[in-house]
Design a protein around this ligand. Structure first.
Ligand code: ADP
Ligand code: MG
Length: 705
């Protein structure tokens, strides 16, 4: 008997060849995998628009058109004219030209779904989704709404069309539905008003009507978010009960010596966060804390003081930065603040010389170096700590999970009972992560937020200008430089090839160098293709004030602190994401002077780009921008999250759209765990069973020890 775990090749209509394709293209290996591939939209036969009624401001449209003419233009795009009884329009393909040309034969009729845009004064749809026109398929499972599934050219070529997919789903459901067990306890269904699992699966694929679809989708979304939160929170509960942290009972002299010599008062938020960290470190449990703070909020000071607590308790600390430039800057800063203490500090990066490296290695091993700042060089095999008590990671999204865990594994710190204990971990990020995303990404970490800026800062004035205003821009830059200020000019990565990007940057550099001639002006240039030495030389020239203008790619995006820089010019601003623009802007406005962020934009901009730029001009709140960014682009695209990755991929819920539901699911998971932390109550048996599934064993994720 075929069932959930059966190989997909045994589903009628599949067979070994299609099975291999389904596996490769969609990772579908079993009946169960297929059933859990849900439609990403539904064709509603009642809502096919007439071509004549299409307006460019409609979000998405669906038309049924007959191909009138199809033509590949300049080997680059396929232009297809389609018609219905009301009129004609063009649809355009840039990809899959040959394959699309083959099926776009005059006379053939298709359903086209997509976003209308205006090109040369005419409405067209670029890269529409194309489906066969709806017919009522045999079988009783289809209602008014027909599910549309993710597909690929290869699948369609092998005959797995939308219609075939519907048939396969129908067969898989028929084979498996009776065997599917309810995953949520009865009382959860009741309290949350959820439909049973079988009903939900049946109706997510073959909804009777909109209302049933809504119920099915709500149930599946809630379940997905709830089980995810349950697993994250369960790990957190388990860890918080385990006594496996280094005990650091005192604040220590080093902390006090540094603190008392600070040139400024800590902000309330900094004080609060340091208290949170201190209480973690003296709790006897391992700290796993994420520190979020907008650019310029003063995370470095928090890091230094936290490191000094560990050092004051007889342990070592490290601060790991994602780039050489940042590590150097941290080092310079740290040295300054450590002067009143006797703590020895060192810098270890890829460019540290052999002799110095050897000295540092032995200083770490014998414990004479209290605080080490560095890049990836810190996680090389020959780096061994005498007793690492606190690991601080700046801008964590640039590090992979494996790299992080490597760091702790090399600690030989021991607890009071002589057993090896992992260091406390503080992860710092300036990428403001929306709450919903933080809950999922860091669901089992504690989160501290610095939500207050050091006093005396003027908001950055953000302006947008067109390419044509360059002479005015250069004059403005000259006036600022005459006041003793410095200017960043940043270029995006525009072309696919690094060579082309470099060319773009160099052309810009030449233009600026010509407008700002030596010896009156000095312009430095920094980009990813330079050797670390050249990069450092140019960067130093700007940091030390020898160069007034720094032309660069986004290498300066993270962390670089030049308080005297008051102007940030961002070229082709429409090419950047919102968070990235915000990060760049954060490089200025660090001193007391009025500073400016000038977005140079192309006249030809998409609606989204315009929205991003307008938004940036109206708010400086990183969290607000992050929320908006996520709404516009979806969480998968959110900067930083791509590398760190969601602990689990969501199948139906969306972090951007289902934020409220996520909060609800989390609160509910918390409530259940509070009553039954180990899920051993028989009423929670189905939940306990779910938690045993592979899907909820996050490989080392954020459990970072
Ligand atoms: P970020 O959070 O972006 O890492 P930094 O730690 O680099 O921010 O701090 C930005 C600037 O603010 C630094 O020049 C730092 O010396 C300064 N700073 C930090 N805390 C305070 C404070 N409480 N009051 C005044 N200036 C501060
Ligand atoms: Mg920083």
């Amino acid at each position: 008997m075929a069932g959930l775990d059966s190989d997909i090749q045994f589903l009628p209509g599949v067979g070994p060849k299609r099975a291999a394709l389904l596996k490769r293209e969609l990772e579908i290996g079993t009946f169960s995998d297929l059933i859990h591939l849900y439609p990403f939209r539904y064709i509603d036969r009642s809502s096919i628009q007439r071509i004549a009624d299409i307006r460019p401001d409609l979000a998405y449209v669906q038309v049924m058109g007959r191909v009138v003419k199809a033509e590949i233009i300049a080997k680059k795009r396929l232009s297809v004219i389609i018609a219905d009884s009301s009129g004609e329009m063009e649809v355009v393909f840039f990809k899959g030209l040959k394959w699309n040309a083959e099926r776009m034969v005059p006379g053939n009729v298709f359903l086209f779904f997509g976003k209308p845009t205006v090109f040369n004064g005419k409405i067209n749809i670029v890269h529409p989704e194309v489906d066969a026109p709806p017919q009522t398929p045999q079988g009783s499972m289809t209602g008014v709404l027909t599910g549309v599934y993710t597909s690929t050219e290869k699948l369609k070529n092998s005959g797995i069309t939308g219609k075939v997919m519907n048939r396969l789903q129908s067969a898989a459901l028929a084979a498996c539905l009776p065997e599917i067990k309810e995953t949520l306890p009865e009382y959860v269904l009741k309290e949350k008003g959820l439909v049973p699992i079988r009903f939900a699966l049946q109706n997510i694929h073959f909804p009777k009507d909109q209302d049933t679809l809504a119920k099915a989708s709500y149930r599946l979304k809630f379940e997905e978010l709830f089980l995810l939160q349950l697993s994250l929170l369960k790990q957190k509960y388990i860890r918080s009960r385990a006594e496996n942290g280094l005990m650091m009972p005192k604040v220590g002299k080093d902390f006090n010596d540094c603190f008392n010599a600070l040139p400024y008062e800590l902000t309330g938020a900094q004080k609060r966060v340091i208290k949170e960290i201190r209480s973690d470190m003296m709790s006897g449990r391992q700290m796993n804390r994420l520190l979020q703070g907008d650019v310029g909020s003063g995370k470095t000071m928090v890091a230094i003081l936290s490191a000094l607590i560990a050092i004051g308790n007889g342990y070592q600390s490290c601060i790991m930065a994602p780039t050489e430039v940042l590590a150097q800057q941290h080092y310079a800063n740290v040295q300054k603040y450590l002067r009143p203490t006797g703590v020895k500090c060192a810098l270890l990066t890829g460019t540290t010389g052999t002799k110095e490296r050897r000295e540092i290695h032995s200083g770490l091993e014998d414990g004479s170096i209290g605080l080490i700042i560095g890049t990836h060089a810190l996680i090389e095999d020959d780096v061994i700590f005498r007793s690492l008590g606190l690991a601080i990671i700046d801008e964590q999204h640039r590090f992979g999970v494996e790299q992080r865990s490597k760091l702790w594994s090399k600690s030989a710190a021991t607890g009071p009972d002589g057993k090896e204990v992992p260091p406390h971990v503080l992860v710092m990020t300036a990428t403001p992560i929306p709450r919903t995303l933080a809950m999922t990404l860091y669901g089992d970490l504690d989160v501290s937020v610095i939500d207050e800026m050091p006093p005396g800062r003027k908001p950055v004035q953000t302006l947008q200008i067109g390419q044509g205003k360059r002479p005015e821009l250069f004059n403005f830059m000259k006036r600022e430089i005459a006041k003793g200020r410095q200017v960043f000019v940043v270029y995006p990565l525009i072309f696919e090839s690094e060579k082309m990007d470099l060319k773009n940057l160099e052309t810009g550099y030449e233009e600026i160098a010509a407008a700002f001639p030596m010896p009156q002006y000095k312009v430095a240039i920094v980009h990813g293709q330079q050797t670390p030495e050249v990069k450092k030389f140019n960067m130093d020239a700007f940091v030390a004030g020898r160069a007034q203008i720094l032309v660069s790619t986004t290498v300066i995006e993270v962390g670089v602190d030049v308080p005297n820089a008051s102007v940030m010019v961002i070229e082709s601003a429409e090419r950047f994401g919102l968070s990235q623009l915000h990060q760049l802007r954060g490089r200025v406005g660090r001193g007391a002077d009025q500073s400016y962020c000038i977005l140079v934009k192309d006249l030809k901009m998409s609606k989204e780009s315009k929205k991003r730029i307008d938004l940036l001009c109206t708010t400086e709140d990183g969290f607000e921008l992050a929320e908006e960014d996520m709404k516009m682009r979806g969480p998968g695209d959110l900067e930083g999250t791509q590398q760190s990755g969601l602990p689990i991929s969501l199948n139906i819920a969306s972090l951007a759209k289902d934020g409220t539901l996520l909060g609800e699911a989390r609160a509910y998971a918390e409530k259940i765990l509070k009553a039954d932390p180990t899920l051993s109550d028989p009423v929670n048996k189905s939940l306990a069973d779910e938690m045993k599934k592979d899907r909820y064993y996050f490989k080392d994720y954020s459990k970072i020890s």
